[in-house]
Design a protein around this ligand. Structure first.
Ligand code: ATP
Ligand code: MG
Length: 319
């Protein structure tokens, strides 16, 4: 299977008002054509940064890619200019976000916005017919074409944003917390829709979520991020049923505890990491129950997990 997305040893820093945050610090990740991959990790671990980097949506001047590469469909896009990104944004990679209102045009009717996206990426298709098809694909009534975004419910707006994204004919959809802002029933509907669309259209999916259950139900493979590092990745079943990295274990336990107490967000003990320095060691060291001598000195390279499934893990306890 060829890869639609390949990120290799990516290091990225945000610099603003004299502060620096290494939001990505040596991340390697790939998504195969048609594959569904999940990305999980605590708030601030760099998930949205990774998503934005794959669409050239990082804040200019503030964010700098310091090393590593991003390849999309085999093309090296690491140093793309805004003009180059504009030409390829939406196709082959399109994106949906948590807050569709910020990405839909508030003063343009939904049907027109879907039409604009079709015109840009597939100008030869019969326009009105294609808009109708896209609305029905995301299960919006035809009347939604005449609505302005603020006239729609949260779930319908997310469907509208999906229709705009699909109008580009993407080979991969990046979905950053697409259901987080919605009520539980609508969350389940949108998630089911994303899964269905992916299967019908043969699209790859990179799904970012706080909610481990959402990722488990929609993705074949999963990456766990901590402080700008991918610390464990592999088949969803391996990572969830036989987690290898102590951080993944903590995340799963916390999610379990949160479910039992009906809390929504899970947390694990200890402070989130400081991203302002480039420490050579494993960033999980201060919170880790398995710390060894090597941990604060050097981040281990990836390798197979011991006594677990076939996943890869970056942890000295597995070397
Ligand atoms: N525009 C920005 N300027 C400066 N720092 C930023 C900017 N965007 C993100 N960061 C920093 O980069 C780090 C990673 O942020 P990011 O939004 O990628 O995390 P996340 O994993 O998506 O978190 P969440 O789960 O809360 O969405 C954080 O420390 C954040 O403060
Ligand atoms: Mg985020």
């Amino acid at each position: 299977m060829a890869n639609i997305l390949e990120i290799e040893s990516l290091r990225l820093a945000y610099r603003a008002r004299g502060t620096v945050a290494y939001a990505m610090n040596d991340v390697t990740l790939s998504v195969g054509e048609g594959e569904a991959v999940g990305l999980v990790g605590e708030s601030g671990s760099g998930k949205s940064t990774l998503a934005r980097a794959t669409l050239g949506l990082l804040p200019p001047r503030i964010a700098t890619i310091e090393s590593g590469t991003i390849r999309i469909g085999g093309r090296d896009v690491t140093r793309y200019t805004e003009d180059q990104w504009q030409a390829m944004r939406g196709n082959p990679v399109a994106m949906v976000f948590q807050d569709p209102l910020s990405y839909l045009n508030p003063v343009m009717r939904v049907g027109k916005q879907v039409a604009e996206s079709v015109k840009r990426h597939a100008p030869r298709l019969p326009l009105q017919q294609r808009v109708g098809e896209l609305l029905s694909l995301v299960k919006l009534p035809a009347s939604a074409a005449d609505a302005f975004p603020h006239e729609l419910s949260g779930g319908m707006r997310q469907r509208a944003l999906l229709a705009v994204a699909l109008g580009c004919g993407p080979k991969m959809l990046v979905a950053d917390e697409p259901t987080t802002a919605l009520d539980v029933t609508t969350q389940a509907e949108i998630l089911a829709l994303i899964r269905e669309l992916r299967e019908r259209l043969g699209m790859a999916l990179l799904l970012i979520s706080h909610d481990l259950g959402i990722v488990a139900s929609a993705c074949e493979r999963i990456y766990v991020m901590y402080a700008g590092h991918a610390v464990e990745w592999g088949a969803t079943r391996d990572v969830f049923q036989r987690p290898a990295h102590p951080y993944t274990l903590g995340l799963l336990k916390a999610a379990q505890a949160a479910r039992n107490s009906e809390g929504r967000f899970a947390t694990i003990a200890g402070d989130p990491p400081n991203l302002s320095g480039l420490s050579p060691g494993c960033p999980f060291t201060p919170r880790c129950p398995l710390v060894r001598e090597e941990c604060p000195r050097q981040m281990p390279s990836a390798g197979p997990a011991r006594n677990a499934g076939a996943q890869q893990v970056r942890c000295w306890a597995h070397r």
